[in-house]
Design a binder for this molecule. Structure first.
Ligand code: LLP
Length: 427
């Protein structure tokens, strides 16, 4: 979906720029991010949900100052989950009232900074945090808008590590056993808090809307109980993020307008049944906005055929720039992008340069059998949770993010240098 084409010489171009030129100018590995694609997707979410709902981009997927400015310009809000993300958002000029602050263990200092900055909402994740935020707000002479994150007991059909609404995990306050109702009771009593809504996030890389349906049903049930017990109708409901994208051709994601329509219908229907005014809906897509907008450009270093097995293709990055294959058994595709090839396809595994056999970027891939050192390969759909989860393992330097648009390329996050590494090493 990026503006990717292949020229007559077989060289792939993005936004009108040959990848060979990008490699020359910026080096490899590099994340190449298509700004127009990002803006188009962000706008599609914004338009789909309309003026009566809010779209909070989940910064954990990928955050940089340029991205924050694009989001601001396209009318999206921002979900941050650490002091670092908050600092990035504020330093790029995102208005604080359009920021939501998440996390299951925000420090007192992070809470203080968020309240002081005037963030639009803090999403409370535990009983201790209800008190902590209330006290902090009060000590600053403020009343902080908050939502309470609840777990509705849904099993989202996704990898265990990224499913978040079943009960045996660390996020949120369980609806079960009346715990969420008790959290609401406490929050309503505290002067430092203005409880504006209930939050639910059921997981990530989800295609099936039924989990959201159950979640909305249960969240609205809680809103009804709150009305019955306290006589207040909370004005907002946040259904989190989690909408899946296509990593390979096997995935079939939904469009934002379909998602918006489905979620709005579910909430409206549930509220009508409970005789509640329909609250303002918000969502927090991360991956679905940024995931498809970038690819990672690597140079092939060695090609090692293992007879009867497969060919190991080593690239100049690996698990330090994309941990998702190792961590979630994620599926990616890969293509030769620096030239044409008529060679037969060979079964390959694209691996990195780290000292670890699990350092796999693409587990099973077909690449032309004449693949050779110096060739460039691209792995699509690496915009989300790749740069943001990148590490310095083996003291490998984290790649830059290069934004391309209308034939121009510019670095928005520069490549890490050995000086950067050594600067932290003060022993
Ligand atoms: N809202 C909340 C409260 C979240 O915890 C998350 C993701 C999102 C929104 C955005 O979810 P998205 O739309 O991007 O799926 N590192 C994993 C994904 C972890 C997601 C964590 N929370 C991965 O690489 O698949």
């Amino acid at each position: 979906s990026q503006t990717v084409t292949r020229g007559d010489d077989g060289v792939v171009e993005v936004a009108g720029i040959p990848v060979t030129r990008l490699a020359e100018e910026f080096g490899t590995p590099a994340y190449i991010l298509d700004e127009d694609d990002f803006r188009t997707r962000a706008r599609a979410w914004r338009t789909a949900f309309g003026p009566d709902a809010d779209v909070f981009y989940a910064g954990k997927a990928f955050l940089s100052r340029a991205v924050v400015r694009w989001l601001d310009e396209e009318g999206l809000n921002l979900d941050v989950c650490s002091g670092g993300e908050l600092a990035t958002a504020l330093s790029a000029g995102m208005p604080a009232e359009r920021i939501a602050f998440h996390g299951n263990n925000k420090s007192v200092e992070e809470i203080r900074r968020a309240v002081q900055a005037g963030v639009g909402r803090i999403v409370l994740d535990s009983f201790q945090e209800i008190v902590r935020v209330a006290h902090t707000a009060q000590s600053l002479g403020k009343r902080q808008k908050v939502q309470i994150r609840i777990t509705v007991g849904v099993e989202a059909h996704t990898h265990e590590f990224i499913a978040t609404a079943h009960e045996d995990q660390k996020f949120g306050i369980p609806l079960a056993g009346g715990q969420a109702a008790e959290a609401v009771r406490r929050a309503l009593q505290l002067d430092g808090l203005e409880l504006i809504g209930i939050h639910s996030h059921i997981g990530s890389q989800i295609f099936d809307m039924s989990g959201f349906e159950v979640a909305a049903h249960r969240v609205v049930g809680l809103l009804r109980d709150i009305r019955d017990e306290h006589g207040v109708e909370l004005p907002e409901i946040d259904l989190g993020g989690g909408l899946g994208i296509a990593y390979t051709s096997a995935d079939d994601p939904r469009e934002p307008h379909e998602i918006a329509k489905a979620l709005t219908e579910i909430v409206t229907r549930e509220c009508e049944a409970a005789r509640l005014r329909t609250p303002r809906i918000s969502v927090e897509p991360g991956r679905a906005v940024v995931g498809p907008t970038a690819f990672t450009l690597y140079e092939v270093g060695t090609v090692k055929p293992l007879d009867g097995l497969r060919t190991y293709v080593s690239v100049d990055g690996g698990m330090s720039d994309n941990i998702r294959t190792a961590l979630y058994d994620a599926q990616y595709s890969v293509a030769l992008v620096s030239r044409a090839s008529d060679a037969e396809p060979m079964l390959a595994r694209v691996v990195g340069k780290h000292c670890e056999s699990g350092d796999i970027v693409v587990k099973d891939a077909f690449l032309p059998a004449d693949l050779a050192p110096g060739d460039l390969v691209a792995v699509p759909a690496t915009g989300a949770y790749c740069r943001s989860m990148a590490s310095n393992y083996n003291h490998v330097l984290r790649p830059p993010v290069v934004a391309v648009r209308d034939g121009e390329a510019r670095v928005i996050v520069r490549r890490e240098t050995e000086d950067d590494l050594l600067r932290l090493d003060v022993g």
